[in-house]
Design a protein around this ligand. Structure first.
Ligand SMILES: *[C@@H]1O[C@H](CO)[C@@H](O)[C@H](O)[C@H]1NC(C)=O
Ligand SMILES: *[C@@H]1O[C@H](CO)[C@@H](O)[C@H](O)[C@H]1NC(C)=O
Ligand SMILES: *[C@@H]1O[C@H](CO)[C@@H](O)[C@H](O)[C@H]1NC(C)=O
Ligand SMILES: *[C@@H]1O[C@H](CO)[C@@H](O)[C@H](O)[C@H]1NC(C)=O
Ligand SMILES: *[C@@H]1O[C@H](CO)[C@@H](O)[C@H](O)[C@H]1NC(C)=O
Ligand SMILES: *[C@@H]1O[C@H](CO)[C@@H](O)[C@H](O)[C@H]1NC(C)=O
Ligand SMILES: *[C@@H]1O[C@H](CO)[C@@H](O)[C@H](O)[C@H]1NC(C)=O
Length: 393
């Protein structure tokens, strides 16, 4: 059943026109030598034949719907995520090989709600090694990932990548075997196309789904079920694909608020929990969370990160002991701004939503930053805009 479904998927995918090719596929030399050295580092289980002149991508497969399977062609809700392997994923979209040489590594094969911090840390180390090391042989990295927490991994990649080569994170809302309009094969082709393009350099990590390119720093999942779910509601998309051709609306730029961190000496990300805000909450779980070993907490406040008065006693008590608390907004769009009266003991998350605030706090804690440094990393840049005085330089 699966083999049949994948064959059909490949048939479906051939309808997409492909990039010009240096030599016909069947005439390509079987030169796996080029990738054998990287095998030592990357446990590559699929390696395409090399076409001279094409860039080379490392596809890091982690699971999710894009690697999902269902017995039903219509199923987009009850399928099993993370069962199709990286080799099958790539072979189902042979158009990829007209765009790029590809090596595939299976890093995990799980649904993204279960993605452990350790795998996210491994992904950023692998991407940095593949792209940024002095002897790096890859031109881009594509990470296939479940969509539920895709923005968390993409954000982490964005703020930890040490060079200007592209990392593209891609998923799908319908499993690869859902033959009636699966978005898996086209999304994978577009992700590889984006990661292979020289114009994608110096834009940080990117999220590519459904013909659109979204900057990981701002991009988030905005709809639980539909295919048009990833969006960056305020800054917007930065690029798009017309059939299989990529274009950008503007020249390369980085998010103003982004800072990058080197995790090469970090062996684990510390536990940081998120507590959800609602009418009148006293965040009664805060003490329990701290007792349970959390090293920091993000409060997903209401509105612009507002916190009920009933919660301030416990928050202030925890902060007085040096425990870091970041105040974000459960609205997910907009800013929790620094300097709100009564909230001094908390750090304002700025434009980062709760899950991205959590990742940044984990990274800062892993790097042994002081509370002042943590506050500056979250608030400094936005504060410099907010405290600007007309007439000053
Ligand atoms: C790159 O250099 C590192 C450190 O010397 C080495 O461990 C690794 O095997 C090299 N990788 C490749 C692809 O040659
Ligand atoms: C590659 O696989 C070996 C054996 O399973 C494992 O010990 C090693 O940690 C893996 N390397 C990476 C980078 O995943
Ligand atoms: C590489 O090319 C050879 C010869 O055409 C073919 O037998 C082999 O299956 C190809 N390998 C891949 C990974 O496509
Ligand atoms: C690759 O490109 C060549 C030349 O344009 C075309 O003939 C071939 O069908 C393409 N292969 C796929 C799998 O799209
Ligand atoms: C990692 O640790 C080594 C050895 O202590 C040190 O030389 C290097 O600067 C550290 N790298 C980073 C990014 O902190
Ligand atoms: C939480 O701990 C603080 C001391 O850090 C204490 O004052 C407060 O009463 C505790 N709150 C609850 C609900 O137990
Ligand atoms: C942070 O501090 C701990 C404890 O001193 C140390 O073991 C660890 O290596 C440090 N981490 C980094 C990234 O320097």
């Amino acid at each position: 059943m699966l083999a049949h479904a994948l064959f059909s998927l490949a048939t479906l995918a051939t309808a997409v026109s492909a990039a010009p090719l240096a030599a016909p596929l069947e005439a390509r030399a079987s030169t796996l030598a080029a990738s054998s050295s990287s095998n030592v580092d990357f446990n590559i289980t699929y390696s395409s034949n090399r076409t001279e002149g094409l860039p080379t991508m490392l596809i890091l497969a982690t699971g999710g719907t894009i690697a999902g399977s269902s017995a039903s062609n219509l199923d987009s809700t009850t399928y099993q995520a993370g069962v199709v392997g990286v080799g099958q994923l790539i072979q189902a979209v042979p158009e990829l090989l007209n765009v790029s040489n590809v090596d595939g590594m299976q890093v995990s094969n799980i649904a993204s709600e279960s993605m452990p911090d350790s795998v996210v840390l491994k992904l950023t180390k692998l991407a940095n090694k593949a792209l940024c090391a002095p002897n790096a042989t890859f031109d881009g990295v594509v990470i296939t990932h479940g969509t539920d927490t895709l923005e968390e991994t993409a954000f982490t990649m964005d703020v930890t990548l040490q060079c200007d080569k592209p990392v593209v994170v891609v998923g799908a809302m319908r499993p690869s075997t859902g033959r009636l309009s699966s978005n898996s094969p086209n999304n994978l082709l577009q992700a590889v196309t984006t990661a292979s393009h020289p114009a994608s350099r110096n834009r940080g990590a990117l999220i590519v789904l459904n013909d659109r390119v979204c900057q990981a720093y701002y991009c988030e999942k905005t709809q639980a079920n539909t295919v048009d779910t990833f969006d960056s509601p305020e800054p917007g998309y930065i690029g798009a694909l017309l059939s299989d051709k990529l274009f950008y609306y503007s020249t390369a730029a980085q998010p103003t608020f982004k800072q990058t961190f080197d995790l090469s000496n970090v062996t684990a990300l510390p536990d940081v929990d998120i507590l959800y805000g609602y009418q009148g909450t006293d965040f009664g779980l805060l003490n329990a969370t701290i007792a349970d070993g959390a090293k920091g907490v993000v409060l997903a406040g209401t509105g612009a990160g507002s916190i009920p008065a009933a919660a301030l006693h416990d928050i202030d008590a925890a902060a007085a002991k040096g425990f870091p608390l970041v105040r974000s907004s459960k609205i997910n769009v907009g800013a929790a701004v620094p300097g709100d009266a009564g909230y001094d003991s908390m750090i304002a998350g700025g434009l980062l939503n709760p899950v991205k605030s959590r990742r940044l706090l984990q990274i800062l804690l892993a790097l042994n930053k002081t509370n002042d440094e943590i506050r500056d990393a979250f608030e400094g840049k936005l504060d410099s805009y907010l405290s600007y005085k007309p007439g000053s330089s």
